[in-house]
Design a protein around this ligand. Structure first.
Ligand code: FAD
Length: 286
């Protein structure tokens, strides 16, 4: 279903985000994990994309297998750094050829260890430029990224929301948010976005912090801030994995319930390619 119609309905929509594994065996495992999450009737499964097309082959492989084997609509991500008009249109041709109607249009992060990545063929500097190009040249409906805790390169929330508005004016139908753990950031983000005249659905992102060794990396990559109580509870249970997992799931359940009470039209989960944590959360929400 097109993004513009998806969040019109009464029931909130759940969606999942995955990244393409490096090997075929990894992709087989991912498909197995997604089959466990299928029972929650996801609105879509989004598939990340490496800057400059570094994961394109694997992203397309995963998209095709989600479509054919999991039988859920995939939402391809696409990043504009390192892309030009023809590489964008080549990718669009592939996904439109699969019958896909939506895309998550992003600037993209430079490849790891290349913070000064500056590809020669860069034509599009910001996601709003990619969105405008996609709107002019394709029939795809478009999701854009939003940052309740402010994008790391933005000067302020106000500045970041002005740029979000450019993405909406360029044609984005939906905003999908970066993960966060303190709902107050999200409530404030939505309120300030509405004040700026951004009226499209804004979907919060939730990532259950289920594996102790991943926490530092997740915090670093997303720039999120954990509420002190939650941080302390996780720290105190680092040596007791079962307790740690329970705290993580309880927290995500509480976070999701509060967001649903607030009236969000959907929640985008980040399962990190494993079903278990999100499955536990969704079983308790249903
Ligand atoms: P933009 O909207 O272009 O914003 C980037 C920065 O520039 C912000 O600070 C913004 O305030 C500023 N800015 C925006 N427009 C302008 C303008 N016109 N003039 C001046 N400043 C401007 N990365 C990947 O590489 N692959 C993925 O698959 C991927 N998936 C993601 C999914 C979600 C839901 C989210 C939230 C992020 C994802 N990312 C992914 C990360 C994302 O690519 C980075 O956060 C990137 O740095 C910003 O992307 P954006 O599309 O939000 O960029």
């Amino acid at each position: 279903m097109e993004l513009s119609k998806l969040y019109d309905q009464k029931e909130p929509k759940f969606s999942f985000e995955v990244f393409p594994p490096k090997t075929d065996e990894g992709i087989d495992n991912l498909i197995g994990e997604l089959n466990k999450l299928k029972k929650f009737d996801p609105a879509f499964i989004s598939v990340t994309y490496g800057a400059g097309g570094s994961t394109q082959g694997r992203s397309v492989k995963v998209i095709k297998r989600i479509l054919n084997e999991v039988k859920v609509t995939p939402l391809p991500h696409f990043t504009c750094i390192g892309s030009n008009e023809s590489s964008i249109l080549d990718f669009v041709k592939v996904i439109e050829g699969l019958g896909i109607k939506n895309i998550l249009a992003l600037k993209g992060d430079p490849p790891k260890d290349q913070a000064d990545y500056s590809p020669e063929n860069n034509i599009f500097n910001y996601a709003n430029e990619l969105i405008a190009f996609l709107k002019q040249n394709t029939k795809l409906e478009i999701a854009a990224a939003g940052y309740p805790e402010v994008h790391p390169k933005a000067l302020s929330l106000d500045d970041d929301l002005d740029h979000l508005k450019l993405k909406v004016e360029a044609g984005a139908e939906v905003v999908i948010s970066q993960l966060f753990y303190d709902n107050n950031y999200f409530y404030n983000f939505v309120e300030r976005a509405r004040q700026k005249g951004i009226t499209i659905p804004i979907i919060p992102g939730i990532l259950p912090l289920y594996i102790p060794s991943q926490i530092e990396k997740i915090i670093e990559l997303s720039g999120t801030h954990l509420p002190e109580d939650f941080k302390r509870a996780l720290n105190d249970s680092q040596d007791n994995l079962e307790e740690f997992k329970k705290i993580a799931v309880d927290y995500s359940v509480k976070q999701a319930k509060e967001l649903l009470e607030f009236g969000v039209p959907g929640i985008h989960f980040y399962p990190l390619n494993k079903a278990e944590a999100v499955e536990k959360v969704l079983l308790r929400l249903k």
